[in-house]
Design a protein around this ligand. Sequence first.
Ligand SMILES: Cc1cc2nc3c(=O)[nH]c(=O)nc-3n(C[C@H](O)[C@H](O)[C@H](O)COP(=O)(O)OP(=O)(O)OC[C@H]3O[C@@H](n4cnc5c(N)ncnc54)[C@H](O)[C@@H]3O)c2cc1C
Length: 464
Amino acid sequence: MAEPARERLLVIGGDAAGMSAASQARRRRGPDELEIVALERGSFTSYSACGIPYYVGGVVADADALIARTPAEFRERGIDVRLGREAVEIDPDRGRVRVRELDGGAERWEGYDHLMVATGAVPSRPDLPGADAAGVHGVQVLGDGIEIRRELEARAPRRAVVVGGGYIGLEMAEALVMRGVEVTLVDGAEQPMRTLDPDMGALVADALRGVGVRLRLGERVEGFDTEGGRVTAVRASGGVLPADLVILGLGVRPDSALADAAGIPVGPTGGIVTDRRMRTGAERVWAAGDCVETRHLVSGGPVAIALGTHANKQGRVAGINLGGGYATFPGVVGTAVSKICKVEVARTGLNEAEAAAAGFAALSATVQSTTRAGYHPGATAMRTKLVAERRTGRLLGAQIVGEEGAAKRVDGLAIALWNGMTVEEMTGLDLGYAPPFSPVWDPVLIAARKTAERIEEDMRGTAP
Ligand SMILES: Cc1cc2nc3c(=O)[nH]c(=O)nc-3n(C[C@H](O)[C@H](O)[C@H](O)COP(=O)(O)OP(=O)(O)OC[C@H]3O[C@@H](n4cnc5c(N)ncnc54)[C@H](O)[C@@H]3O)c2cc1C
């Protein structure tokens, strides 16, 4: 009997999604059955971008610690990683990708039987004068983190401006504060962390001010002053902010341009559309990670949420399927955690504005409680807000701001959300209790109780 022909999997993007897919496919199909080639235009594979702020701040001493697996380790497993190679065109009809060598510019076509697109996200960069000056940094890939830390160590900047108050802006502000840099954070919105409702975002603003970060909220950045090609100040709508270092944290969008140009369907969020098995609309082309859109399990709509947790899971699902197995990615509920120095921030599901936009009639309740029994040393205040559907009482979302031990309580809430629980049902959840971990009524239970009361009052028409 003739040997089955060896197939070829080409992966574009050598980080979380791409290499999870490659690794899973390799586990299921050996090199005799499946050749795996991964193209990465950068210099690293499988690194933790999530760790960059902690490397910049000095919590993580060495950039190597952020690398989960090197190209050499992948090669040992029969995955041919090629660094400095950029995919510049996908030709799905002929099953091939045009690849450019970044040192030299030579180009060649590489054929595939299966293609995995894992190109990640593109960070927003303002098209403003001076935005490309030295000292203005985006934070997207490990190389950015290495450059920022090098600059901190070599130039000891005194003043930094962080543009954008999302979680990356927040974490980078923390890193700079830890380095003793004076930090100003500029954001066009009236609050940092727009993924939270304004009342919870205000607590994050307080936390930033509490560690000495100056906030310029509701201000637009209009340009960057430079001297000898280096940034010296940020021009904001409210005035000029002197800066030796600027960090851009303006959000990202899916890097779907290659796929789009090849006619692979892209959805309303700009992310590549896939089915649950991570197959795109083109035959034998798969996609995962920040470059795809997925389904929000509460709103039901498509979302592009750039998080490593999704990239790894989706990559794994694609890899299992590519390896001949069966796996699906069900969607997300939008859970995220972050911190600014001592203050932890978490959210899951929909905030009030998102719930309204998704068509839910919602109400909310917010409770102030403590992370541990009030009498236990180390108990600190935390605020928990739940958003629930009127009448049914179905949990729609949750937000938490508090100190150590607060944020990860969101995981229980995410599970409740995932399972479509009502706040009334949640009041009976069997959560762990001992004084060093929580008050006898865990903040999640108190919040569920308060929200259930509000639902009941609302039903009786007595809600305030
Ligand atoms: C500072 C920071 C902190 C973060 N913190 C968290 C966190 O705490 N929790 C969390 O869940 N997520 C976090 N994230 C997000 C997380 O890092 C990303 O969601 C995750 O890395 C996405 O993985 P990916 O494989 O889809 O894309 P990426 O990690 O962006 O990898 C895509 C890779 O593809 C390569 N590539 C792109 N186009 C081409 C091409 N044409 N040819 C060849 N190679 C190409 C890129 O060089 C890149 O290496 C953070 C991100 C940053 C930047």
